[in-house]
Design a protein around this ligand. Structure first.
Ligand code: GLA
Length: 415
């Protein structure tokens, strides 16, 4: 993502090469970000913001392309995210500004809105639209957004903006949605206003994240529990392939349709609601019903990935991080071979990780088709890992990846 306003520091732990030396940019604390944003708000709107909010992005540890198939996923919130400084105005105008993008919008309060073009403000606008429909908005708002999540990198920047807006509207207008309801409303915006058939995972993760915990979320019932994600000598590392996710939305919707088609065929003999209701043995006994090699591969990924989530839960509960790491590698392989959502860039990163002694697991995370991989790297080797991965990747792909080290953080909050 190219920042339009260079005077605001990018806040993340980014490791990169300057010549031959590894350099590191550290994350600013949240209170410092709040001050920075307040100042920018003042120069935009000539008044103080009433409130400042933060919503993180997420990574999914395991359970990929499982949420819209009714199974359990295991995401966690990260330390990068999106900020919003906001104040009411009496002119009944929604003023959208963002430090990352030059496009602005000033829209008069009306009974409903629809998506206009592909501009960033469609995401908060969709959430405002839902709140208006529910009778929850009574004045205009001056809004200044800023994000330090790389866009379209599979770290849920859109869910972060949606949940952030929902949480802010809830606080500004005292509506009574619970956090899971804000996540559901945000998913509805993504499905109906933006037009992507995503599941609930991203919105739920950024709303409900907890420090040093993975969320085990049942996407069918929305029951959830927090699992210990104690990485000990290892650190959760995010590697952005920096590949633009061309066709990501249409390919994502295609996978969604393929899963629905496979489920429909299995339902001829099986009494199931979701693909994740089918366990691996039952699938092996009934896969002939699908009779289409592509659909069969898609469904096989789903049923085996769901089994890996169960095994991953056990591994975390028993503190067996290396068993968890093995499951990450197996998940990546399935996404590459069966679900076909990886790609040369993500595969190159995971291949490097497999050959790197101090890495115990790696996989692509999120929808795929570019975006990010995650890896568990021995803390003291993080610098060495980046120093070696960056040229390895650059030689094969033609441009460098970015390496981030992230804490597992809290969900959306007021600053
Ligand atoms: C995207 C979607 C999620 C989920 C993942 C794949 O991030 O928004 O709902 O389907 O892809 O696991």
């Amino acid at each position: 993502m190219k920042f339009q306003n260079d005077s605001l520091p990018i806040t993340s732990v980014i490791l990169y090469l300057v010549g031959d030396a590894l350099s590191c940019q550290l994350q600013l604390p949240l209170y410092k970000m709040k001050d920075e944003l307040k100042e920018k708000f003042r120069s935009q709107f000539h008044k103080d913001p009433e409130r400042v909010f933060f919503c993180p992005g997420r990574v999914n540890l395991i359970g990929e392309h499982i949420d819209y198939n009714g199974g359990e996923v295991m995401p966690c919130a990260i330390s990068l995210g999106t900020y919003l400084a906001v104040s009411r105005n009496q002119e009944k105008i929604f003023r959208f500004r963002c430090l990352n993008f030059p496009e602005t919008a000033d829209l008069h309060l009306q009974s409903s809105y629809s998506k206009t073009g592909k501009e960033w403000f469609n995401y908060p606008l969709g959430v405002i639209n839902e709140f208006i429909k529910n009778g929850n908005i009574v004045s205009g708002l001056d809004m200044l957004f800023y994000g330090n999540l790389p866009i379209a990198a599979g770290l849920s920047s859109s869910a972060s903006v949606e949940v952030l807006t929902g949480f802010a509207l809830q606080a500004m207008f005292q509506s009574s949605f619970s956090m899971p309801e804000i996540a559901l409303l945000s998913k509805k915006v993504e499905n109906e206003f933006i037009g992507v058939n995503c599941g609930i995972m991203d919105q739920f993760a950024v709303a409900m994240g907890k420090k040093d915990k993975a969320i085990l979320l049942n996407c069918d019932t929305l029951e959830y529990e927090y699992l210990p994600f104690e990485t000990g000598d290892y650190i959760l590392t995010i590697i952005n392939s920096n590949k633009q996710r061309a066709l990501a939305e249409s390919k994502y919707n295609e996978r969604f349709e393929e899963c629905s088609a496979a489920l429909k065929l299995l339902k001829k003999e099986l009494d199931v609601e979701n693909l994740c209701d089918v366990d691996v043995d039952t699938f092996q006994a009934h896969h002939h019903l699908i009779n289409d090699p592509v659909l069969e591969k898609r469904a096989l990924h789903v049923v085996t990935e769901y089994q890996r989530v169960q095994e991953a839960k056990e591994a975390l509960n028993m503190g067996k991080l290396s068993a968890f790491g093995e499951l990450m590698y197996a998940s990546h392989n399935s996404l590459k071979v069966l679900y076909e959502v990886s790609g040369k860039e993500l595969d190159t990163i995971v291949e490097f990780c497999k050959g790197y002694d101090s890495c115990i697991g790696a996989r692509m995370t999120g929808a795929g088709f570019g975006g990010c991989a995650i890896a568990l790297i021995q803390k003291e080797k993080l610098g060495d890992f980046s120093e070696k991965l960056i040229p390895y990747y650059q030689t094969r792909i033609g441009y460098p990846p970015s390496v981030f080290a992230s804490d597992i953080g809290e969900g959306v909050k007021s600053l």
